[in-house]
Write a protein that binds this ligand. Structure first.
Ligand code: FAD
Length: 433
């Protein structure tokens, strides 16, 4: 006899774990299927954990979860080949509990989250891949087929939280093929070094962490960013660019990372570290316009599978947890009300998403990917001009300051023209409004 569940969740990343945990806590008979040996075994992230999304699920997580450091300082560097111009924001407010952002190592964190999911009462199977969705003769999803012998399982609803590639959603026709302009390909390394080396290098105390986000010439004109995060006894460093740009420029993110690590401002921060982990992964960065239909008869999509990533603020795992939680809450309430899992009823999920910060934020930046794609000067010319201006102004060489200002202004006009500068200011305003 085919086994039957109230709900099946595919994937044990942040979206799948949040959804399964919520469903189990609501008393539903829920099964989670993960293809990795353990939760997190196949997952890649920077990684910053945004506390709010997790706190709504597990308020006491700070006492138990494997957290690396709480972040007290955020740096944003606009890079040239030899220099960077940037902002640093550091506040002792960030030292006051409860802390709001942490660095984590996903493999450890996902394992912990998965333990909480089991404790909540869900049945979790690892090392099992869902190969397709089962549908009845009217097209309603009624379960999943797995790669195990006799591996068909039935449920009233299936939540797809299977990550950016979401082969299942594509195969079922719920989502179009991934467009290279809608995903970034990122690579990341972890360099291990003693805790006190990290603390003296980044001017922090025990438990405190620093985040550095980077853009500009490190991506060689391609749309993308770099990052460096401090963990307990390691530093995560990575870079990602839109796949379409990498393909057009015939560059690999690995080459970008090697160049980035050799940058004079970055090299000293990782010097002497022992590189132990390397990973590459896609990030869905197409924004609002790339979000597919996320509900239908008997199914819902959450997390990266639904393209829920805010690339501007580097938020992904929190959107994954939030969409997973909202999907599960929608399902649990329908169950409680005795309502069937029809598309009309599950449409409530999308309405709740529209009301949440997830859609509001993605909507706010809806034009940004296209604007930056079409205006590469923001990633090349301006970082160069800004760095050169700072260098000109700060070099004391007998030239008076007014002449320096004129030289800088002429430089900007030369590279972009007055009309171009005004146009760029308008485009920037449109991208971030
Ligand atoms: C380099 C990098 C840095 C990042 N940095 C950050 C950051 O600092 N902060 C942040 O918030 N976000 C960050 N992100 C984004 C974040 O990692 C993702 O948004 C988040 O992991 C999405 O969670 P998810 O659960 O939707 O998908 P995933 O974490 O990808 O999980 C999907 C799961 O589904 C499983 N699966 C897939 N197909 C099947 C199948 N057919 N059957 C069974 N199981 C299946 C996979 O094995 C996987 O465990 C980063 C991403 C990358 C690549």
């Amino acid at each position: 006899m085919i086994e039957r569940f109230d709900a099946i969740v595919v994937g044990a990343g942040p979206a799948g774990n949040a959804a399964t945990y919520t469903l189990a806590k609501s008393g539903l008979h829920v099964l989670q299927i993960e293809r990795g040996e353990t939760a997190g075994a196949k997952n890649v992230q920077g990684a910053i954990l945004y506390a709010d999304a997790l706190e709504r699920l597990i308020p006491e997580f700070r006492d138990e979860a494997p957290l690396e450091r709480h972040i007290i300082e955020q740096r944003m560097w606009v890079m040239d080949d030899e220099s960077y111009i940037g902002t640093h924001f550091r506040s002792d407010e960030f030292n006051k509990p409860p802390h709001n952002r942490y660095t984590i190592i996903r493999a450890k964190f996902d394992k912990w989250f998965s333990k909480k999911v089991r404790e909540a009462g869900a049945l979790v199977i690892n090392e099992t891949t869902v190969t397709e969705l089962l549908r009845d003769d009217r097209g309603k999803v009624i379960g999943v087929r797995t790669d195990r012998a006799g591996g068909d399982l039935h449920a009233d609803v299936v939540i797809l939280a299977d990550g950016v590639n979401s082969t299942l959603a594509r195969k079922a026709g719920f989502r179009p093929e991934i467009e290279p302009k809608h995903v970034a390909l990122a690579v990341k390394e972890i360099h291990f070094m003693p805790r006190d080396t990290i603390e003296s290098r980044f001017n922090i105390h025990k438990g405190e962490g620093v985040v550095i986000e980077m853009l500009g010439k490190i991506t060689q004109g391609m749309m993308g960013t770099g990052f460096l995060y401090t963990n307990g006894d390691s530093v995560s460093i990575g870079i990602g660019c839109m796949l379409s740009d990498l393909m057009a420029q015939k560059t690999t993110p690995y080459e970008l990372l090697e160049r980035m690590k050799a940058h004079p401002s970055i090299r000293p921060l990782i010097q002497g570290g022992e590189m132990k982990e390397y990973a590459a992964h896609l990030i869905p960065e197409g924004g609002y316009h790339a979000i597919p239909q996320v509900f239908g008869d008997g199914w819902l999509i959450a997390g990266d599978s639904g393209m829920f990533v805010n690339a501007v603020h580097r938020e992904g795992s929190n959107l994954a947890m939030t969409t997973g939680r909202i999907a599960a809450e929608t399902v649990a309430e329908l169950f409680k009300a005795g309502q069937p899992m029809t598309a009309a009823n599950l449409a409530e999920y999308r309405r709740r998403l529209d009301d949440s910060f997830v859609m509001k934020d993605l909507m706010k930046y809806k034009d940004l990917p296209d604007i930056f794609h079409a205006n590469k000067q923001f990633l090349t010319t301006y970082p160069e001009l800004l760095n050169r201006s700072a260098y000109t102004m700060l070099r004391v060489d007998g030239v008076d300051k007014l002449s320096k200002e004129r030289e800088i202004f002429a430089d900007f006009r030369d590279k972009r023209s007055l009309f171009g500068l005004l146009g760029d200011a308008f485009k920037l305003w449109r991208a971030f409004r």
